[in-house]
Design a protein around this ligand. Structure first.
Ligand SMILES: [Zn+2]
Length: 56
C-alpha cells in the first residue's frame, strides 16, 4: 500500500524506504569498533545496508 504524503516536500529526516522484499527500512544506530555507525535495516528480512537507498 503506497501512500504518498502531500507533506513529502518538507525538509525533514522522515523519509521512508522500502526493501525489495516489501519490508520497511529503518535506520539503526550501532556501535562498531568503538564508533557509532548508522545502518539501514529491513524490518522484514533483516537485510542491512549502509544507506537506505541501497535497498533499491
Ligand atoms: Zn527486506
Amino acid at each position: 500500500m503506497a501512500q504518498i504524503s502531500k507533506n513529502a516536500r518538507t525538509a525533514s529526516a522522515t523519509q521512508r524506504f522500502f526493501c525489495s522484499c516489501g519490508g520497511e527500512v529503518k535506520m539503526k544506530t550501532i556501535f562498531s569498533g568503538g564508533k557509532i555507525r548508522n545502518v539501514a535495516e529491513c524490518e522484514k528480512c533483516k537485510r542491512q545496508e549502509r544507506r537506505p537507498r541501497d535497498f533499491k
